[in-house]
Design a protein around this ligand. Structure first.
Ligand code: ADP
Ligand code: MN
Length: 256
């Protein structure tokens, strides 16, 4: 046989095999996200008028998938679905235990995830009330959170600060430190996972997301988390050419 042909055949075979594998993987992920109870939750949200169509995946994270949902024509919502099986229960339990708002004393994974989603919903509301730029939450039901879609009118989600550095880094940094300050003093929360990955660049305005692990300031680990958030933000903004020291930023956030 012509060696060139056999090489092409082999490449084609490999492609086909990869495609098959990918579709198996897609199906595995799909069945992990859309288990029976999650589907029921989505149907309920649809029946209650919160959601019409789920289309387009925005992100597949460690614990949750984010999709674009169509509410009405031209009205998009972000749909964050926590996968029960891949959630980090130990972490959830630990964070929830020290939070006086929650009295969940359970080892039941589903109940824990539901409490976790409820926590993200409530944290978003607390941030909004403190005038911090976050997506407006719509509803939390079981392991599903619906919130305002941050993006453009064509349905393109806003990039993260990591993917799209700010055009005016100094200004963006100042806005963020201000948001951290408001979060600390007014919302009385510490984000706990703040970095360029959890900040969206929405037309050059930073929007803070992913507040599920955010803790109240009197949680025993809030100080430790604040220190880490400060380090992450300083590290990321250093890449954008903004230089600041940990103590200077901490001082700014903590002082009234
Ligand atoms: P994870 O726990 O997987 O990190 P996030 O809440 O950070 O979950 O969301 C993952 C990704 O989904 C984000 O980096 C962002 O790209 C996208 N995303 C999340 N929420 C929204 C939203 N409200 N609008 C648009 N995109 C969003
Ligand atoms: Mn995230």
């Amino acid at each position: 046989m012509d060696p060139k042909v056999s090489k092409a055949d082999a490449a084609l075979d490999k492609m086909r095999a990869e495609k098959r594998l990918k579709s198996v993987e897609d199906r595995r992920v799909a069945s992990e996200v859309f288990d029976k109870l999650t589907l029921e939750t989505l149907y309920k949200l649809a029946n209650n008028g919160y959601l019409n169509i789920l289309n387009g995946a925005i992100s597949t994270g460690k614990e949750a998938n984010v999709f674009k949902g169509i509410h009405d024509k031209g009205h998009i919502v972000a749909v964050k679905i926590y996968r029960i099986n891949t959630s980090d229960f130990k972490k959830m339990q630990y964070y929830i235990q020290g939070d006086p708002r929650f009295k969940v004393r359970t080892n039941n994974k589903r109940q824990l995830v539901n409490a976790w989603v409820n926590k993200e919903f409530r944290n978003l509301n607390r941030c909004l009330e403190a005038d911090i730029n976050v997506p407006e939450p719509v509803i939390a039901k079981n392991n599903v959170l619906l919130m305002e879609f941050i993006g453009d009118e064509d349905g393109n989600p806003a990039p993260t600060l990591r993917n799209q550095p700010p055009e005016k880094p100094e200004k963006c940094f100042e806005t963020l430190i201000n948001a951290m300050k408001k979060m600390y003093h007014d919302a009385k929360l510490v984000h706990g996972d703040l970095s360029g990955y959890n900040i969206l660049n929405h037309n050059e305005e930073p929007v803070i997301i992913d507040v599920s692990q955010s803790v109240v300031t009197d949680h025993p680990i809030s100080r430790e988390l604040l220190e880490r958030d400060i380090d992450n933000i300083i590290r990321d903004f250093k890449k954008f050419g903004v230089f600041a020291t940990h103590d200077e930023i901490k001082q700014k956030i903590i002082e009234k």
